[in-house]
Write a protein that binds this ligand. Structure first.
Ligand SMILES: Nc1ncnc2c1ncn2[C@@H]1O[C@H](COP(=O)(O)OP(=O)(O)OP(=O)(O)O)[C@@H](O)[C@H]1O
Ligand SMILES: [Mg+2]
Length: 406
């Protein structure tokens, strides 16, 4: 598949000149006419490289470059600046903003082609690293609706992403009757599972998924379901398996927001998952639904340690006591998410998971620690020289709890 280059310039003539030179040697060119459009298109389409004009109204090329570099997806992708002259201060400014290279206008097509080729070759990932990666797949499931499946899946994915760095975590909407993952993260639904529905499985690779998945500013990638059930209808169980396999090879963590049923696509994803977070509320209907789900999991031959029971209190008062729930289910609850009133709902309406919005407040801290508990052993044990703020907070709270116990 052709590598994709975003060319940003307020002059259509200039875009045309760059596009002609690049398309002649097989690159696909997409364009943006100003800084705002550039940031938007870069986030949505994830081009392999970006060529930025410096002089643009509103947000100039340097500022676009700086903002791109703050997006994890563009932390290392090649960015080239096109400057109107070759002055040293322009070059310095470009490099300070995070550009990899610069070229003065007007340029020779051959030189542009050669530099683009060199930058893209340098940026190409080592194929071995990708082929051997094996991410952990965590499915959020409940036979009861409205229990917080989508909210908690979005919080865990965001939490893991904050802890372990951008670009390693994917949130995948498996609710083909019209899921909410994109909405939970306030992402415009430009692409979705429906773009994969008719593609032959053998053509779906990391690059294809890269183009279909949405990018959140925090670095989280989201594979949303199409909003209309009929658009998702052609997705088969075997398509689900192929897509999840590719995702597993490219992400460290894949969090699945599951529907409340046992249809074929659901079963394919539950089979593929390493861990199922079975959610329930503190009410009788939920306990009955959980018993039923546990029976089905047993029939399917899932090992007991594949299932983690998590209680989510979606209402404030009158819930069943923990011990009654545990004795009925004959299993312990691994975690309890407390009732958080409108905090959850207002976060949902604004599309900002509480784990990102209020990391230092009790609910945010609890969700952050809870997210940490899903870390792979490899991540949790890896020595980190300079932990990021989220990891620092988790470590600090772990130490405080240890101190309080001793
Ligand atoms: N711990 C909590 N405290 C308060 N409200 C919560 C909590 N968890 C979830 N909610 C709220 O419960 C509602 C349902 O949550 P959500 O949409 O995540 O559930 P779901 O199981 O995915 O629902 P659906 O069946 O529609 O897929 C939302 O309004 C959400 O804000
Ligand atoms: Mg949901």
């Amino acid at each position: 598949m052709a590598q994709r280059i975003l060319v940003v310039d307020d002059s259509p003539m200039n875009i045309k000149a760059v596009a002609l030179a690049l398309e002649a040697v097989g690159y696909e060119v997409i364009e943006a006419r100003d800084g705002r459009e550039a940031l938007e298109r870069a986030g949505a389409l994830l081009p392999d490289m970006i060529i930025l004009d410096v002089e643009m109204p509103e947000i100039n090329g340097y500022e676009v470059c700086r903002r791109l570099r703050r997006m994890p997806a563009f932390a290392t992708r090649p960015i080239m600046m096109l400057t109107a002259n070759n002055a040293l201060h322009e070059r310095v400014q470009g490099l300070e903003a995070g550009a990899d290279d610069y070229m003065a206008k007007p340029f020779e097509a051959e030189e542009l082609q050669a530099r683009v080729k060199a930058l893209l070759r340098r940026a190409a990932p080592a194929p071995v690293a990708i082929a051997t990666a094996q991410g952990r797949m965590i499915a959020f499931f409940s036979l009861r609706g409205g229990i917080g499946t989508s909210s908690l899946a979005a919080n865990l994915a965001s939490g893991l992403n904050q802890l372990w760095g951008g670009g390693k975590v994917a949130l995948v909407d498996m609710v083909f009757t019209g899921g909410h993952s994109a909405l939970m993260m306030n992402l415009p639904l430009r692409t979705s599972w429906s773009d994969l529905a008719l593609k032959p499985a053998e053509e779906i690779d990391g690059e294809v998924l890269d183009q279909v998945m949405l990018s959140h500013a925090c670095g989280l990638r989201v594979l949303p379901a199409a909003p209309r059930p009929e658009e998702n209808e052609p997705i088969t169980a075997s398509k689900v398996v192929s897509v999840l396999n590719v995702l597993r090879a490219h992400y460290d963590y894949i969090v699945l927001d599951m529907p409340h049923n046992f249809n074929e696509t659901t079963l394919a994803a539950l089979d593929a998952a390493d861990q199922i977070v079975l959610l329930l509320g503190p009410e009788i209907g939920s306990v009955v639904a959980t018993t039923c789900a546990l029976d089905v999991f047993e029939q399917l031959g899932y090992p007991a340690d594949k299932i983690t029971l998590v209680l989510n209190a979606t209402f404030e008062r009158g819930g069943l006591p923990r011990k009654d729930i545990e004795s009925t289910l004959r299993r312990p609850l691994a975690a309890i998410i407390p009732y958080a009133g409108e905090l959850f709902t207002s976060a949902l309406n604004r599309g900002v998971p509480p784990v990102l919005e209020i990391p230092t407040k009790p609910l945010g801290a609890l969700l952050e620690d809870w997210s940490f508990s899903f870390s792979t052993e490899e991540d949790a044990k890896r020595p980190v020289e300079r932990p990021n703020p989220a990891l620092q907070r988790v470590i600090q709270r772990l130490q405080q709890r240890r101190k309080a116990r001793s």
